[in-house]
Ligand binder design. Sequence first.
Ligand SMILES: Nc1ncnc2c1ncn2[C@@H]1O[C@H](COP(=O)(O)OP(=O)(O)OP(=O)(O)O)[C@@H](O)[C@H]1O
Ligand SMILES: Nc1ncnc2c1ncn2[C@@H]1O[C@H](COP(=O)(O)OP(=O)(O)OP(=O)(O)O)[C@@H](O)[C@H]1O
Ligand SMILES: [Mg+2]
Ligand SMILES: [Mg+2]
Lengths: 166, 166, 154, 154
Amino acid sequence: VYVSKIELRGFKSFGNKKTVLPLSPGLTAIVGPNGCGKSNVIEAFSFVLGQLSAKTMRAEKFSDLIFNGGNGGRAAPFAEVSLYLDNSRGELPVDAKTVKISRRVSRNGKCAYWINNKRVPRQRVIELLGGIISSAGGYNFIMQGDVDRFIKMSSLERRRIVDDMA
Amino acid sequence: VYVSKIELRGFKSFGNKKTVLPLSPGLTAIVGPNGCGKSNVIEAFSFVLGQLSAKTMRAEKFSDLIFNGGNGGRAAPFAEVSLYLDNSRGELPVDAKTVKISRRVSRNGKCAYWINNKRVPRQRVIELLGGIISSAGGYNFIMQGDVDRFIKMSSLERRRIVDDMA
Amino acid sequence: KTEVFMETFDKISKNFTKIFETLSPGGTAELVLENPNAPLEGGLEIEARPAGKRVLRADAMSGGEKALTAVAFIFALQRVKPATIYVMDEIDAHLDPQNLKRVAKMLKESSKKSQTIVATLRDPVMSAADRLFGVNMDKNGESHIVSVELTGTK
Amino acid sequence: KTEVFMETFDKISKNFTKIFETLSPGGTAELVLENPNAPLEGGLEIEARPAGKRVLRADAMSGGEKALTAVAFIFALQRVKPATIYVMDEIDAHLDPQNLKRVAKMLKESSKKSQTIVATLRDPVMSAADRLFGVNMDKNGESHIVSVELTGTK
Ligand SMILES: Nc1ncnc2c1ncn2[C@@H]1O[C@H](COP(=O)(O)OP(=O)(O)OP(=O)(O)O)[C@@H](O)[C@H]1O
Ligand SMILES: Nc1ncnc2c1ncn2[C@@H]1O[C@H](COP(=O)(O)OP(=O)(O)OP(=O)(O)O)[C@@H](O)[C@H]1O
Ligand SMILES: [Mg+2]
Ligand SMILES: [Mg+2]
């Protein structure tokens, strides 16, 4: 399973016009000047995979994730991210070569999820991804500043990390 | 006034053989791989200018600043740093074109200071340097990690910084 | 309970040492339990011996050595619970060019098994990538993806 | 007491805005007292408007924007109590190449008045220097200064 595409619409600094990033296996680097939106792209992955803490995406509440119009533009009506998974090897329990997972947050702060454009409860998405993508309890997401936290960690905190993985 | 030379002997990762860095006005960059000793050079400036906190030089006690022999070598008997100030414009109240300030820490943790090779109390060095070099209460020394502390500062801590300068 | 801990600890520990030795050639490091008989009553220390140096507790190392050790630890945790995608944001601060090159090479290697997305400001990581996305912010505060560079087979 | 504070605050504030505008062309920033009538009863906030963006409280900025703002603040403090020598250790982490170039340029400029010694891992700062010292650690854990490059007049 790998991600073949991610689409952002109205998500953080990305406007209401859909932004598409086609992806392939291997190593992809996201580059650009300070403040251009790299971490926002990283957070889009976290968001669509079900992140429940707005704080880890640097938002006080979920509706803060919605494009606010920038400099005198219009705010977006909602923030939506879609992740396309290549399922050509049939590893996911979905009868389709591509599995599209979408999440939207509306101005009232409520979130909705879809799998292949069919509305589903969040739990369905979490079950689908299971150990394949979002390795619960693993460290496949390393956000900006996490390495510094690892550096400053006390020996007890470090041992607790191993605890949590056991 | 500017520093024309700094000499390190037995200071941190610098061995018992004197290490000499000739300097001039303008911008000097100290470069090299992680762990090679750049910050140790920076701390040598802080040390010779009278730094009283061993902690800011990443030492638990002052004798930790003495070269410990590295990998199977012999430890140095003491750590000594000498700073040479160009006084050709007579800005310092010393009757000499060059003013040499030295500080040594011995294995018993005691420190001694010299001005032009004449033993003096620390206070004499502090008075001599006054606002010229070690701008007390200023921020002319920025140690590794200080920028991160400024980033994480609360608004009260930031206001207190201005307080301290006032 | 302690058995489950020790099983996981051993896996992470072996991976950590292997990874550190690759990132710091000539050096070695290990995870050390403060209380080996009652691991859950103590902490977990990192003891590292970079090439040509004596053993240092991790807090005695230089800024960049600490960063490299932390990255090695994170990679070791990832090996224990492998995922099909890794998403990492700027893990390369504080690393000198040589250490950075080795981290970039390791990212490249492991990306052959697990799709890896990294945000970075630094050249060696950019050059190791198979694909590059440039992000830009326009005068209206809106982000755009401005370049997609497929570097083909590397 | 408050007067002395306000006098210092105004100096730092003017310097900070000027420095930020140079490091972030097209942008501006200011120091804002939480309690302007009783400054000592409140904190001090930084409000920055990078080029093309709306005003952000410093904590809402990106990692690199926060670092640039912190560097501008440190430089502003230095202008208020000038010294004849500045010694700085790796102030360039988290900055992208363009921001880094402007910080290096500013270090170069101010070094014409005040001798400046910086430890750095990054090229733009190295290239701005008049003199370069390379430090190396040998197999016995001993540091040596391996190169002195006087780059003449630049
Ligand atoms: N809801 C939103 N609407 C509009 N813009 C937003 C929103 N949330 C965040 N932003 C903007 O996104 C920008 C930060 O982007 P981001 O943190 O991704 O930068 P970055 O490329 O990671 O930078 P750095 O290299 O410094 O880490 C800020 O300018 C912020 O104002
Ligand atoms: N008293 C001492 N005797 C011998 N070696 C020492 C002593 N004190 C520190 N060291 C060594 O100095 C080294 C650290 O040097 P330093 O912190 O200056 O590196 P650096 O060049 O600043 O690295 P970085 O780029 O990662 O910040 C460590 O290897 C440490 O073991
Ligand atoms: Mg970022
Ligand atoms: Mg250092």
